[in-house]
Ligand binder design. Structure first.
Ligand code: URP
Ligand code: ZN
Ligand code: ZN
Ligand code: ZN
Length: 483
């Protein structure tokens, strides 16, 4: 049993409002919020003073890759070190990815990932990637949704000759997701074009990391986003586009939303703050450390992404935390196409977005909550258990010090990576305490993460989106002509 925890004097921020209120948490849940919450605390309850601080729902990072076998190697953070790093930055839940090899049954891959994730320090769930198609995959999708609490499926439209899924698989899987009440998601890049451009760029003698963005220009992303959105529209399925990195893809989402389509977009902290000049760093290791897909873009795209979040056309923020160390990145020393793709950020996401988003006036604290937890919780159907501060919700909280500062560095990060894409950036607004399941797991620089404390969070199917979509489909259903 958890000890009771009282949090006094803070400003509680939800996606819809801010209020000054005390909180009482017992056995991992919030049980009371308001002026008399502290008075209801049992004797011996731990008390935290949050005066001058915001109390935010713990961050949800809906896109991470802990312990991922990818491009011939395995990411440096496992489920313990990665989730622990998240806790140090105020992120209390992740949604990671099960990525079956082509021909591997999704259920078998899922079981493997569930085993790997048992050492998580924070709560977690899984999107499951559909990398090939067969009757077995069709059946496994059903089992995943109906028995295992998976309500989203991922489709990689890039990574040809590996995990890329073609249009036939997209169509089959989107249709199956619709009947199961699960959200299809896509990594939108045209894998055929990437494959061709990688070879063309290398033939021009450009074999270093500066070739990476040349092989993955914005239109490569926009085409795939547009295609996936169109397929989803025809089938009447909602769709969630992960790591939207460019204006053109954000525009495709905004256009579809303007047509009334249920389309959602995720933005990575890195894409909001880092531009493509990093790939021209004369130091191979530093340039390669930034190789991730889609690549960092010219600065103008960052503004488009911020505007997308501000306007509500883009709904969530994530990191795609997928850490490879210098020795792993060196696999692509002779050819950028072999540099393992991925960067970190699970610990930094909340602080860098607060600093650049809230301190600059782009976002209110409530809007910050929406894009760092509440919207992800809604879209993946774990709201209001997660992403919300109120009686009955999980006691996953951050005491956020808006005046606290730190300078980000790989030397002080909790991730096992040897690089930080936000190196040297000073931020104002940091997690002072992180509470997970009612326990203080991070306190002013001291991390108390424990392996195995995180729980698998089953996510029910048929979120609110699907009820509306089913009604809409019935409303618009065509009828045969009676002759
Ligand atoms: O470069 C990236 N993003 N690596 C992780 C896999 C993916 O595409 O999300
Ligand atoms: Zn079917
Ligand atoms: Zn991706
Ligand atoms: Zn990813």
């Amino acid at each position: 049993m958890n000890q009771a925890l009282v949090i006094r004097g803070g400003t509680v921020v939800n996606a819809d409002r801010e209020q000054t209120a005390d909180l009482l948490c017992v056995d991992g849940r919030i049980v009371a919020l308001g002026a008399d919450a502290a008075a209801q605390a049992p004797a011996g309850a731990q008390t935290l003073d949050a005066s001058g601080q915001y109390i935010l729902p713990g961050g949800i990072d809906p896109h991470t890759h802990m312990q991922l076998p990818f491009m011939g190697t395995v990411t440096a953070d496992d489920f313990f070190t990665g989730t622990a790093a998240g806790l140090a930055g105020g992120t209390t839940s992740i949604i990671d990815f099960v990525i079956p090899d082509p021909q591997e049954p999704p259920m078998a891959a899922y079981r493997k990932w569930r085993g790997w994730a048992e050492k998580s320090a924070a709560d977690y769930g899984f999107h499951v990637a559909i990398t090939w198609w067969s009757e077995q995959v069709h059946a496994d999708m059903g089992q995943l949704v109906q028995e295992e609490g998976v309500n989203s499926f991922k489709h990689f439209m890039a990574y040809k000759n590996a995990i890329m899924c073609d249009d036939e698989t997209l169509v089959n899987s989107f249709q199956r997701a619709l009947e199961l009440g699960a959200m299809p998601t896509v990594h939108a890049e045209n894998g055929e074009l990437v494959y061709r451009l990688q070879q063309d760029v290398a033939k021009k003698g450009i074999t270093g990391p500066e070739g990476h963005p040349l092989a993955r220009p914005p239109l490569v992303e926009a085409e795939a986003a547009q295609r996936a959105i169109a397929i989803a529209e025809v089938l009447g399925v909602p769709i969630y586009v992960v790591h939207v990195s460019c204006q053109e893809a954000a525009d495709a989402i905004a256009r579809a939303r303007a047509r009334g389509q249920r389309v959602y977009g995720e933005v990575l902290a890195g894409h909001l703050l880092i531009d493509d000049s990093v790939y021209r760093d004369p130091d191979f290791a530093r340039a390669a450390a930034h190789v991730m897909s889609p690549p960092f873009r010219p600065k103008a795209h960052q503004e488009a992404l911020w505007r997308g979040l501000q306007s509500g056309q883009l709904q969530t923020t994530a990191t795609d935390h997928c850490v490879f160390c210098a020795a792993q990145k060196a696999m692509g020393q002779k050819n950028f196409a072999h540099i393992p793709n991925g960067t970190g950020g699970v610990e930094e996401r909340m602080a860098v977005i607060w600093d650049a988003g809230v301190n600059s006036g782009r976002l209110t604290p409530s809007e910050f909550v929406a894009i760092t937890s509440a919207n992800a919780a809604r879209l993946f159907n774990i709201y209001p258990r997660k992403g919300f501060i109120g009686a009955g919700a999980d006691a996953d909280l951050v005491l956020w010090d808006p005046e606290g500062t730190k300078t980000i560095s790989a030397k002080t990060q909790h991730s096992k990576g040897d690089f930080n894409i936000f190196e040297g950036r000073s931020v104002r607004g940091i997690a002072a305490h992180t509470v997970s399941q009612g326990r203080v797991v991070y306190a002013n620089g001291e991390l108390r993460a424990e392996p195995g404390r995180g729980r698998y969070i089953a996510r029910p199917a048929f979120g609110a989106n699907f009820q509306a979509l089913q009604k809409r489909a019935r409303h618009l259903a065509p009828a045969a002509v009676a002759r």
